[in-house]
Design a protein around this ligand. Sequence first.
Ligand code: SF4
Length: 692
Amino acid sequence: MQNETETNRITVAENAGFCFGVRRAADMIAKEIAFAGSSGERIFTLGKLIHNSSYISELESEGVRVTDTGSLEKLASGASAGSPVKVFVRAHGMTLDTERLLISLSERYPFFGFADCTCPFVKKIHRIAENAPSGDRDIFILFGDAAHPECVGILSRYPGKSFVFETAKEIEEAAGSGELPTGPEITVTAAAQTTQKASEWKKSSEILEKLYTKINFFDTICYVTEKRQKEAAELASKCDCIVVIGGQDSSNTAKLFSVCCEICPDTVMVEKADDIAGKIPLNCRRAGIVAGASTPDRIIEEVYKTMSEEIKAENESFEELLDSACKTLNTGDTVTGTVIAVNDQEIKLDLGAKVTGILTAEQTTDDVSVKLSSEFRVGDKIDVFVISVSDIDGCARVSKKRADLDKNWHRIVDAKENSEILEGTVTEAVKGGVVIKIFGARVFVPASQTTVPKDGDLSVLVGQTVRFKVIEVKSGGGKGAVGSIRAAASEERRALEKQFWSEIEVGKYYDGVVRGMTEYGAFIDLGGVDGMLHKKEMSWKPIRKPADILNIGDPIRVFVRSYDPEKRQISLGYRTEESRPWNKLKASFAEGDVIDVTVSSIMSYGAFAHVTDEIDGLIHISQLALKRVDNVSDVLSVGQTVTVKIIKIDDEQQRVSLSIKAVLEDEAGEADTAEDTGDDGDAKEDISEDNA
Ligand code: SF4
């Protein structure tokens, strides 16, 4: 058990009090009571709504009466426009006959109605019983208390032969005596009453598995019950005394009592705070509280306080408890609560008042990934806003989100007054705009104030963190704010522009992006300000239009050629002297270099060949070979690669003269020299061999 209240040596089990099914029923009837006040409606429960006499007394004080199946016909026929009747079916459920009767009465009498508060977990067992095979060789075994209304309701839905057992021993005995038919031909459907003891059900299942080969088990023990029993056992093992709170006729409370008694002999069962007197052992160093599923939070709180008084807790004075018990909570109050229990669905808070604060996950945070049990610990203080207070179930519905909003609202108001730019996440696209969540508040941004074009898809913004300005606030009860992403964007753009113009200088380089193009040039975004790059500045080669070499969105490094801050004009350059083809060639080659070139065209006076990608050199006809050549095409063809020597780089004319003949002459000269000196490979080898 991780999340439990531990104050003054008293620990309250995490899942003490109303379970999901009972809280659902209590909420349904509380809503009806509020409605009935103005409509004259009479409310009845079919049997006691829950097994807790003090809660039932409170309902009675609100005019809610308990009825039974035999009185339904009379109630329905007596219902009228001025005095309609509504019957609530409790969480345990009802028999099939009663259900049919209620349906028939509500069809026959227009001012009679009923609400089925049967817990969905119980309804699931109803469906199992209704759909189980029910032939001559089929039986239905229910593990539970035969007299309990839940079991009666379940068995009424099985048309075949059924058996009820409450212990594994009972099953063994019934099988031994022949009361329970066994044998390979029998098909069994087995389920358990939701509040049965899990350990006993396990034992019983093992026996049934030995008795039958054809058996369908449905593990229908409510997880709430199972969890509570485990928690109770764990708590009992740590405490000197356990107080189990619940009605005397509550099945699940009786099970909790039995679980605790087995481990902690000083276990007592009480229904309300008054029953505690004198039951806590004098030498109790640590006490625990567990409570049945039909125990209102208010009663747990009262028992807790009474116990605190009894064991004279060191850290909390009697006067403080007295004060807090008297404190009255009102809807709309903001109070600080202390976490007394937490699970992933809700947090229970001690609000220092008669009622217990219920803070659901939904009222805690908008972030569905947050696990309450990881974020909050018993003893944590949380500021909450009181949404509603119900003395009937002893709870106050509270909201942390609303308290946070109230606390942070001034930040939204200040942001508007100071024209501050805020940053928040777009959480949803709604009709006509998007919503940004910030400081717990929802800021609406109309579509026209986003950066999405008219009629564009606003959902693209969902999940994005955006900067915005608050342009309108509505304070008071229904707080609201209107924001503008565009206003923030244009303000930031203006600030960037101002800074840009203060830092610009001729020759300064910028990493820009091509933002738009015309026939004569391209607009380059330099970071909030655009400059113009004329097409003649783009390349050393003539280009027809900018789109021949650039695309919108291309990154480009440019420099400022000139600018006019008055006219907000910037002329940009891209090509540089270093990138000029002639300069590049000169940086790479020198006269006398021997290089391979590719012939690009044949003329009558010679051939041109690529020296670089941009510049061709000329191999004059006289430079094609050692001997005279009459036709260039006799020795060269376009595309052919030849080795040439650069014989002249004419800076003034920007021409390059190449020669094949010069290469051949050099080779011939080297050959002659080698012959004259006898310097060839073989000779060297011979000499070296001789030397060796
Ligand atoms: S104990 Fe389980 S089955 Fe019974 S009412 Fe509560 S939630 Fe439903």
